[in-house]
Design a protein around this ligand. Structure first.
Ligand SMILES: Cc1cc2nc3c(=O)[nH]c(=O)nc-3n(C[C@H](O)[C@H](O)[C@H](O)COP(=O)(O)OP(=O)(O)OC[C@H]3O[C@@H](n4cnc5c(N)ncnc54)[C@H](O)[C@@H]3O)c2cc1C
Length: 438
């Protein structure tokens, strides 16, 4: 099926699932004598509930979804929609209070009925969810701990909001009205069950063993894994997987791009990982035979996903891992497609894959441009960050026909996207993989 059509189809299904319950509940038998503001408040409550429950789906790594949209787009939408959902939910009690200030007494958790208590705690839970997610780094909350907070608060908010809705019982008294919400709740629960129970079981049944760990430049390591008792997985060069050495039920996995060729012989997979924090600093100490669990492949950041006649890769530091996978794949395929690689690093010594890239430049139709932030004195090449000027100096005249792949930290992606915009590259020819998701 055409990819664009599939994207629109998913967006349509999503919109239907958000608005359908509201429409069905409110057009059919309507209680008399309700004030307008109260009706709007109830409508926003239903809308908020549908949005809240559906937030479980995009980030659940369901293959049909991750094939349609890039993972970072999914997370960006998830972040934006979460704040929007909170505002919609918050508007529900505010309108109720404006309509009838006496209802303010429902905020008193000591005297209020359980249905109101559940509603108030659900909104507070959502507030905490938004605050800890948006300002996690500022609040110095570690990623692992934040994930637990996020999951507990999400379950709490959804569960309490559902309890509140069923107990308040407005537009919920008829069987079909209850069935709509029960079906929706079933879909949300099935999604949670899949990601939290089924997925970890699949991962445990298909473990991998470390075959070697190689020290690379730039404080990074290449980790080679072999499937243990199964055929392994097939990936497209440029995609990534989530890996963990703990039980997959603990949900402490980290995402890494495959760095080996997708067309290599055998079923070994490789990742190249920069030491950065708790998990990544342990890679160098992994011993041969250690068990690793892998969930993947994911992502649409791949030359095989898009029709690319000529390509330009732009990466910073460890962002070269998926680029390396694509270049190694081109080498295995003996593909002499015109290719450029603009590679930004702090210093000459920290350039990961430096020697292999030089060899690939000779074997492929590849032009390699190093850009150094802190070059040594004799450095004759490009300095600073990757800018429109630097790109313009090396790219050929027909650079607008190229497909661009950007990979690295968010500030770098934003800067390079700006540079490509200056060069009038159509956004549809630019694909990016951000190394920050949450
Ligand atoms: C799609 C994708 C592909 C990536 N590919 C590579 C790669 O090939 N090589 C590489 O070295 N790095 C890659 N990264 C970055 C890598 O996932 C993080 O550097 C790593 O997870 C940090 O873990 P830590 O426990 O060592 O560091 P911590 O100190 O715990 O975390 C440092 C920062 O890394 C981020 N982070 C930590 N855990 C996660 C997680 N589970 N999910 C998302 N972000 C997290 C957080 O923003 C955190 O602030 C990729 C990231 C993404 C999103």
């Amino acid at each position: 099926m055409n990819k664009k059509f599939l994207n629109y189809l998913w967006i349509l299904i999503y919109i239907l699932m958000v608005f359908m319950p509201l429409v069905l509940l409110m057009i059919l038998p309507k209680p008399d004598g309700r004030e307008f503001l109260r009706e709007v408040s109830v409508a926003l409550g239903f809308l908020g509930m549908a949005l809240l429950g559906l937030q479980t789906i995009p980030t659940s790594r369901l293959k049909f979804f991750t094939k349609a949209f890039p993972m970072d787009t999914i997370y960006t939408i998830h972040h934006g929609l979460s704040v929007f959902t909170f505002l919609v939910v918050l508007a529900h009690p505010i309108l109720l209070f404006i309509n009838n200030p006496e209802t303010l007494r429902l905020l008193n958790l000591i005297d209020a009925p359980w249905r109101a208590r559940a509603g108030v705690v659900a909104v507070l839970g959502m507030l905490l969810l938004v605050v800890t997610s948006v300002w996690r780094e500022l609040m110095k909350v570690k990623y692992d701990i934040w994930r637990w907070i996020h999951d507990v608060l999400s379950f709490l908010a959804i569960g309490l909001a559902l309890y509140h809705m069923f107990k308040v019982n407005h537009y919920m008294a008829l069987t079909y009205q209850r069935v709509i919400w029960l079906v929706l709740t079933g879909i949300w629960l099935a999604t949670i069950l899949y990601i939290r129970v089924v997925k970890p079981i699949i991962m445990i049944k298909k473990p991998y063993k470390v075959v070697k760990v190689i020290k690379e430049r730039g404080q990074s390591w290449s980790l080679y894994l072999k499937p243990d008792g199964h055929d392994g997985l097939e990936f497209e060069a440029g995609q990534f997987a989530w890996i963990t050495t703990e039980s997959p039920f603990i949900f402490r996995e980290n995402p890494f791009s495959f760095s080996n060729s997708s067309d290599h012989e055998g079923n070994v997979i490789a990742f190249t990982i920069k030491e950065l924090g708790d998990f990544t600093s342990k890679i160098g100490g992994f011993e041969e035979g250690k068990t690793v669990f892998v969930d993947g492949p994911y992502g649409t950041f791949s030359m095989d996903e898009h029709a690319c006649k000529k390509m330009a890769f732009i990466a910073g530091g460890i962002g070269s891992a998926p680029v390396m996978s694509m270049l190694r794949t081109l080498a295995d395929r003996k593909d002499k497609k015109e290719t450029y690689f603009f590679y930004g690093n702090a210093t000459w010594e920290s350039i990961i894959f430096r020697e292999e890239l030089e060899a690939l430049e000779k074997n492929l139709n590849l032009k390699l441009v190093h850009v150094l932030e802190r070059p040594h004195e004799e450095w004759q090449g490009e300095k600073g960050f990757i800018t429109a000027d630097i790109l313009g100096r090396y790219l050929p005249k027909d650079y607008q026909d190229f497909t661009y792949f950007l990979c690295g930290p968010l500030p770098m992606i934003n800067a390079v996207e700006g540079a490509l915009h200056t060069l009038h590259i159509p956004p549809g020819q630019v694909y990016s993989e951000q190394y920050e998701m949450a």
